[in-house]
Ligand binder design. Structure first.
Ligand code: ZN
Length: 88
């Protein structure tokens, strides 16, 4: 008698796991903000390239954007429900 493949998978609470991941990511990102490493290349012109805190492409900012996107989704989850009936 062959068991169905699904029965061998452990039950995983995906939502709880995601929650924990988001909380962990938030703690890490807000727990230790990177130091500013901008270089001054003119009297009052700062170059943010390579600065973990201000370069939009730094890993810190990429992770921060991802976290913000996830939190926005959690605040406004996509509406799942009955499709509205067509009046025609
Ligand atoms: Zn900076």
């Amino acid at each position: 008698m062959a068991a169905s493949p699904q029965s061998q998978l452990p039950a995983v609470d995906v939502e709880a796991r995601l929650d924990a991941l988001v909380r962990q990511e938030r703690d890490e990102l807000f727990g230790r903000e990177p130091d500013c490493e901008c270089t001054q290349n003119d009297a009052d012109l700062l170059d943010a390239r390579g600065c973990e805190l201000h370069d939009p492409n730094s890993s810190y900012n990429v992770r921060l954007r991802a976290l913000t996107a996830v939190e926005r989704l959690e605040a406004y989850p996509p509406v799942v429900g009955e499709p509205t009936e067509c009046p025609f």
